[in-house]
Design a protein around this ligand. Structure first.
Ligand code: APR
Length: 253
């Protein structure tokens, strides 16, 4: 491993050792090595599809089109397995170095990888919710409706209205209680490690700034530059799986 990179990893290991409460904020980049594309990277989903398709208004106006696309993404997402980055974060939690993972991802891979305290800020692909009565349904229920009956949209078994994935669409509000859970984890928090996110989507895009203002440290692990890099205490450009595995090895020494 490159000497400069090793140095930065050592710095982060030191911060982790000293930290009394470290939170990890993850984005789509943590799951690309599990075969799930990110959104804004070179092969990102928004390079192939119009993000407009993922807005709340588009869902209401064209639910058939939305579900047609959702079903294409669902297969790879449901079959994906956690990679070394998810596993290293779970191990760091077990060792007491990470208190909580706040993730923007809806794939459930942190939990599958063994993390216990996970806040899914953008919801989950593993559930659907009725847009009328709010009842929640498992992904299996959705599949049972869509696949054998070739139904264009899944419907609520109680009121018959259309179901929506239990995930936040563009221009939809994050539930206040979820946001509050994040604030409770972030205050106090003396180290925030961002992994695999451009930090371009709110509210998580503002979390690093929030931690800095509180006097905490911030670290970024990402393949590419992010807008927050110049304000971060440590920036490590590389693959999340490699960097986090190395951090885990070092911290165990
Ligand atoms: N290791 C480290 N970084 C990676 C890796 C990897 N293996 N693979 C990709 N990345 C980086 C990319 O270079 C990119 O900078 O992860 C970042 C992913 O950024 P985005 O695609 O913008 O994903 P994210 O920040 O999670 O997006 C936030 O946008 O469209 C919405 O709701 C969607 O939750 C998502 C939100």
């Amino acid at each position: 491993m490159h000497q400069e990179l090793e140095g930065k990893i050592q710095q982060l290991v030191e911060l982790l050792r000293k930290s009394s409460k470290c939170v990890a904020l993850t984005g789509a980049g943590v799951s690309t090595e599990s075969g799930i594309p990110d959104f804004r990277g070179p092969d990102g989903t928004w390079k192939k599809y119009d993000p407009e398709l993922s807005t709340a208004s588009s869902f209401v106006l064209k639910p058939h089109q939305f579900w047609f696309l959702a079903m294409q993404f669902a297969g790879p997402l449901m079959r994906a397995e956690p990679n070394l980055a998810h596993q290293a974060m779970a191990e760091l939690e077990k060792l007491g170095h990470i208190t909580c993972v706040i993730t923007q991802n809806i794939d459930g891979l942190h939990q599958k990888g063994g993390s216990q305290n996970v806040i899914e800020l953008h919801g989950t692909a593993w559930r659907a919710v009725c847009i009328n009565c709010g009842k929640k349904f498992s992904w299996q229920y959705v599949m049972d409706q869509m696949v054998p009956m070739c139904s264009p949209v899944p419907r609520c078994m109680w009121c018959g209205y259309i179901l929506k994935p239990d995930a936040t669409l563009f221009f939809e509000e994050i539930p206040q209680q979820l946001y509050q859970q994040c604030l409770d984890e972030l205050n106090p928090c003396d180290l925030l490690i961002v992994v695999g996110s451009t930090l371009l989507v709110e509210p998580s895009g503002s979390f690093p700034e929030m931690i800095k203002k509180q006097g905490g440290k911030t670290a970024i692990i990402n393949l590419e530059e992010t807008w927050f890099d110049e304000n971060a205490d440590i920036v490590i450009n590389g693959k999340a799986s490699e960097i986090l595995t190395k951090i885990l090895q070092e911290i165990k020494k």
